[in-house]
Design a protein around this ligand. Structure first.
Ligand code: GLA
Length: 418
């Protein structure tokens, strides 16, 4: 269950003031409610969030983050952020559900100002962050930001000051700028317990009165799936992804084990998408996107969409696959079988159907076979089988068998017929 802001009003106008925080982090500790002097306030904020339905988004957040494309390179700047917002609108990505345009590390100057406030990097963001937020909001989209639950962010050259010890002031600044989402990283945390640090920012966000989506980015180090659902909408489960097959595959396999922890408003985050960055084939990127969707992962585009020749946007815009990710039941797909690299993963959907991924990890074409019963589709005499990449229908009496190319995924939606 995701926390909501205790002071939030219910007016629709406030939705544009919503923000998300993301945590990336360090060591396991006792629950903050038992370990900090703010226990009473913390408990009441949590109670308020839970009684009001908790989480700010019931389905996995969708949007963009620059990190995988740029790291701290010069091409991460105001122009890129505004161009991405424009592309979201012009190329149909906003219509497909992409909403958050998020800044990662290095958006600020290395020094705080005389009042201890963060200073937007003068070269990257010469008009400040509020101007960027205004632009993004004018497109009907939302702005996300990044900092670390440490004294410094993860990048060292140059990086920027982290929020440890500055939580209230930094959260206030984000809210004043109109930030809607926070990714909260874990570097340079001075060995302080993760839960305590992430709780402190939770409280600081609550105090602002603005709805800010909260992403905990502590890389799965302290089993965040066991405690982050009370604090945040999403939590990273693994180390950083890279734009290659082995990295994507390893992260997928780790994240698949955590299906029991996903529910509406609370989602495992296996890191941002690499689709479009060039290190994998389109077949592999379709697998990446299919598997992130069947795992109900946040769908944060991580490539520079200005450089796309159409192939990446084509994959990222598949509304039938996106519908699997965004399904209201909020379930993460479960592994049905895995034999010699032939994977079957099934995700229960709100309409009683199942999304079924037939994923081929091997270096040769494989025939992958399962049944509707094995994939937990409610039993029927016949089933409608929709291929979500070919956009075609067929009928089955329960058997499901497909030829799947090396590193490919056939993504089906199987619905019992009367
Ligand atoms: C960590 C995070 C990444 C990215 C970098 C920025 O490694 O896990 O996603 O935010 O920091 O320095």
């Amino acid at each position: 269950m995701r926390p909501t802001v205790s002071t939030r009003t219910t007016g629709k106008g406030l939705i544009s003031a919503i923000g998300v925080v993301m945590m990336c982090g360090a060591g396991l500790a006792a629950p903050a409610s038992a370990a900090t002097p703010t226990a009473e306030k913390t408990e009441s904020a949590q109670a308020a969030r839970e009684s009001s339905g908790g989480d700010l988004t019931k389905t996995p957040p969708m949007g963009f983050n620059n990190w995988n494309a740029t790291h701290c390179g010069a091409d991460f700047n105001e122009e890129m952020v505004k161009d991405t917002a424009d592309i979201f609108v012009e190329k149909g990505l906003k219509d497909a559900g992409y909403e958050y345009v998020n800044l990662d590390d290095c958006w600020a100057e290395p020094e705080r100002d005389a009042d201890g406030k963060l200073v937007p990097n003068k070269e990257r963001f010469p008009h400040g962050i509020e101007a960027v937020a205004d632009y993004v909001h004018s497109k009907g989209l939302k702005l996300g930001i990044y900092t670390s639950a440490g004294t410094w962010t993860c990048n060292t050259e140059p990086g920027m000051p982290g929020a440890l010890g500055h939580e209230e002031s930094d959260a206030r600044q984000f809210a004043d700028w109109g930030v809607d989402y926070l990714k909260y990283d874990n570097c340079n945390n001075e060995g302080r317990p993760a839960q305590e640090r992430y709780q402190t920012m939770r409280d600081a966000l609550d105090k602002t009165g603005r709805d800010i989506v909260y992403n905990i980015c502590e890389w799965g180090e302290n089993k965040p799936w066991e405690w982050a659902p009370k604090l945040a909408e999403t939590w990273r489960t693994t180390e950083d992804i890279s734009d290659n097959w082995d990295s994507m595959l390893g992260i997928m396999q780790e994240n698949l084990k955590l299906s029991q922890y996903a529910s509406p408003g609370d989602f495992n985050d296996p890191d941002m998408l690499e689709v479009g960055n060039g290190g994998m084939t389109d077949t592999e990127y379709r697998t990446h996107f299919s598997m992130w969707s069947i795992m109900a992962a946040p769908l944060l585009i991580g490539s520079d969409l200005r450089e796309d020749d159409g192939a990446a946007i084509d994959i990222l815009s598949n509304k039938e696959v996106i519908a699997v990710d965004q399904d209201a039941l909020g379930k993460q797909g479960e592994v049905v079988s895995q034999e010699d690299g032939r994977w079957v993963v099934s995700k229960e959907l709100a309409d009683g159907s199942r999304a079924i991924a037939l994923f081929n990890e091997t270096d040769q074409e494989q025939t992958i076979t399962t049944t509707a019963d094995a994939a937990t589709v409610p039993h029927a005499d016949s089933y409608k089988v929709r291929d979500l990449w070919k956009h075609s229908d067929s009928t089955s009496n329960g058997g499901l068998s497909e030829k799947v190319p090396s590193h490919g995924t056939v993504m089906l939606r199987v619905t019992p017929e009367k």
